[in-house]
Write a protein of this length. Structure first.
Length: 403
């Protein structure tokens, strides 16, 4: 079988997803073109070797509408002969872009792909596109739909996670992210964002709060309690699907849930011939990819099921994995992963995660693959697994191995 390799991975710093965020002035198109140009400048590959740009983007309306991938190619310095494909697998969109490109290469459909994603959450609010599972009563009732925050609290209730555990994980995320920036662990991948005059407008993740501690988090009220307990009463919907539970324990709040941010990321993936033709050294091999659907009410348990699937299909065990990136959509998601596989927390999200640095929906999957690769190299480890929970009940995973 033709192997698919990662030749490079870059990302922007993540800006706060608010009107006063450093990247708010930047459009999705401009940030996408910016990161594509950065990848091209770093690697100087032959444009005609790139079969496609596959771009994750979740809220595909207004300036993020249409085929943003193709628009980004045309706005960038890439050759116009490169097509573009925009995809949406919710939070796993950036990862799915990478996985699709890798599997196209394995199937012999092209030598190389650029894969990644973007989300400008300060400009295009999450949920502004509507979603059938949330707004169409016929599907919402059939699937026992609840918002993701209720699902996260449902996980905490069902699997016995207390608020202190969730808050401790959040404190750790901020502490690790701050330490990573202090020790320049991201410098190999970060591309500072510049304005049209060439002035730097953001060079470091803007959402990190190194002063976060258990005491400061204790002052925050649960974000989803009112949503669950008042009309339309999503707690009651969840309990209809899970009648073994008496009530929902609401433990998640703004401090132990992923941050709303702007950001983009891109990976250069190709076969061995692509690297030889362009004088590039492969950094990692994409060992395996996987995706699946899960029960949609609890929704966020996908990292467990998809990890079991990808390990089984590749005759691996959890002990074969040196490092993990588990997207911190909510603290309970990571706590459940650690519990399910009895993994050492010290090898999960070593440099912090989305609670500290934020979760730009369409880009995060690509970001965590790049972060995993950087950390494998830094620690001289061999094999890593990245995984995300996905809205409406899905999971996605990628295993990479250093070359």
């Amino acid at each position: 079988m033709i192997e698919a390799y990662i030749y490079d991975a870059v990302r922007t710093p993540r800006g706060k997803g608010k009107n006063d965020g450093a990247l708010h002035e930047v459009t999705s198109l401009r940030l996408s073109a910016f990161i594509l140009n950065a990848l091209k400048q770093r690697n100087n590959f032959n444009a005609y070797d790139i079969a496609d740009v596959i771009w994750g983007n979740v809220t595909q309306v207004m300036e993020q509408g249409g085929c943003l991938a193709r628009s980004a190619v045309l706005a960038s310095d890439l050759d116009d002969s490169i097509p573009g494909l925009t995809i949406n697998r919710f939070c796993a969109s950036g990862m799915e872009a990478v996985n699709l490109g890798a599997n196209q290469i394995r199937g012999g459909e092209g030598q190389a792909y650029i894969a990644g994603g973007v989300e400008m959450m300060s400009r295009i609010p999450m949920g502004s596109d509507g979603a059938a599972i949330a707004v169409d009563p016929s599907l919402a009732m059939k699937s026992y739909f609840v918002p993701q925050g209720i699902s996260a609290d449902l996980i905490a209730t069902k699997y016995g996670f207390a608020r202190d555990q969730a808050d401790a994980l959040a404190v750790n995320s901020h502490s690790r992210a701050h330490a990573a920036w202090t020790n320049s662990r991201f410098e190999n991948s970060i591309v500072p964002v510049k304005d049209q005059n060439g002035l730097t407008i953001l060079q470091q993740d803007e959402h990190i709060r190194p002063q976060t501690n258990m005491q400061s988090l204790a002052t925050l009220s649960p974000s989803f309690k009112e949503l669950g307990e008042t009309v339309p009463g999503f707690d009651k919907v969840a309990l209809m699907r899970y009648p073994d539970l008496e009530c929902i324990n609401h433990i998640h709040h703004a401090g132990n849930s992923s941050g709303i941010v702007d950001g983009a990321a891109a990976l250069l993936i190709g076969n061995r011939q692509f690297g030889q033709d362009n004088g590039l050294r492969a950094r990692a091999r994409i060992v395996a990819t996987a995706k699946l659907g899960t029960e949609p009410t609890i929704m966020l348990t996908g990292p467990i099921s998809v990890t079991e699937k990808i390990l089984s299909e590749n005759k691996m065990t959890i002990d074969d994995i040196d490092l993990f990136e588990v997207n911190e959509a909510f603290a309970a998601v990571v706590l459940l992963f650690q519990q399910a596989f009895d993994v050492d927390p010290d090898v999960v999200n070593v440099n912090g995660g989305s609670i500290a640095m934020g979760h730009p929906l369409g880009a995060t999957g690509a970001i965590i693959i790049g972060a995993l690769l950087d950390e494998l190299e830094r620690c001289d480890k061999q094999t890593g697994l990245a995984t995300l929970c996905v809205a409406s009940g899905m999971g996605a995973a990628t295993i990479i191995e250093r070359v």
